[in-house]
Design a protein around this ligand. Structure first.
Ligand SMILES: C[S@@+](CC[C@H](N)C(=O)[O-])C[C@H]1O[C@@H](n2cnc3c(N)ncnc32)[C@H](O)[C@@H]1O
Length: 285
């Protein structure tokens, strides 16, 4: 029942954000990294001037990454490919909404990827006073992230190591929010999530956003353990969602609320999308 209602809510919210974009803008966002500009213009019947106007506006809003920035940072080995895309943009919008409502401005722990899209959007839409600790364990991506940080003069301490190292050594209340945008498997990040909550590194009223791959691949791992403890809701297709919600409820106890659960998927160049899950938690006490 909960899952059905949540699905309906997600669809309504998603439609709201998509409605904010015109049909042409949505097409550009989804195809900017895949098609040539000439092909996009032809499909949309846009003049060069009109196309440039739209792409400049989408770059300013953090929905696409300009070709010149892409050239500076593009590599042949692309590990994470979902940075562009309406659905990813929608997930960022939800994280930002909760941050805005919290009223908490200060230092944010984050995984910015090459382009720091989320961080730039947060500075623009909520407050220019945010500062960041940005982690990136992939060396190639790390240097590209550094180039973006320098180019946009972001106030970000950049770490080329596991985010878990920052979490393990952070002081209580050190961060106002933590954006654990892994898009990875729960089995590889649940210890980070546990430490973030148990050590209270985010202030009261602050938020923790977690993104996970919504496909269970490990047998006998954390998902199975959680789903044994709480089999309710562990239906087909809900193994990861049920597991993370059980995990967060057990670790968070009375101190953390679950504010939002949202499924999303982003089309990739191959045309196949990865199913993702966004969960936003708030520290209550
Ligand atoms: C999904 S992307 C982040 C997307 C970005 N927040 C955005 O809005 O576009 C995750 C990035 O974090 C890196 N990463 C994943 N797990 C990490 C970890 N435990 N420590 C440090 N970096 C990690 C990955 O290499 C990847 O570049």
């Amino acid at each position: 029942m909960f899952n059905k209602n949540q699905n309906n809510m997600d669809t309504v919210l998603e439609q709201e954000v998509e409605q904010e974009l015109s049909k042409n803008d949505k097409f550009i966002v989804e195809n900017y990294e895949i098609l040539k500009p000439k092909d996009i213009r032809e499909q949309l019947n846009l003049s060069l001037k009109a196309y440039r106007g739209r792409t400049s506006s989408l770059v300013r809003n953090g929905l696409i990454i300009s070709k010149s920035s892409q050239k500076k940072t593009t590599t042949t080995k692309r590990k994470y490919t979902n940075a562009n895309g309406v659905k990813k943009a929608f997930a960022r919008t939800r994280m930002i909404k909760h941050i805005k409502e919290s009223g908490k401005v200060g230092k944010v722990l984050t995984l910015p990827f090459k382009y720091c899209t989320f961080e730039r959007k947060l500075l623009k839409e909520v407050s220019p006073k945010f500062t960041f600790v940005g982690c990136e364990r992939d060396k190639e991506i790390f240097f590209m992230m550094l180039a973006t940080v320098i180019h946009h003069k972001l106030k970000m301490e950049c770490s080329p190591f596991e985010i878990g190292e920052k979490i393990a050594t952070a002081r209580e209340n050190e961060f106002v929010h933590a954006i654990l945008d892994y898009c990875g498997q729960l089995s590889s990040c649940y210890e980070d999530i546990r430490l973030t909550m148990e050590r209270n590194i985010v202030v009261v009223g602050g938020t923790i956003a977690i993104t996970l791959n919504n496909r269970k691949t490990v047998i006998g791992g954390i998902e199975d353990e959680m789903n044994r403890l709480n089999p309710i809701g562990n239906q087909e297709g809900y193994a990861v969602e049920n597991a993370i919600l059980t995990f967060l409820t057990k670790i968070g106890g009375f101190r953390y609320s679950i504010e939002e659960v949202m499924k999303y998927s982003d089309p990739k160049e191959s045309g196949r999308g990865s199913n993702m899950l966004l969960v936003i938690v708030k520290r209550l006490k």
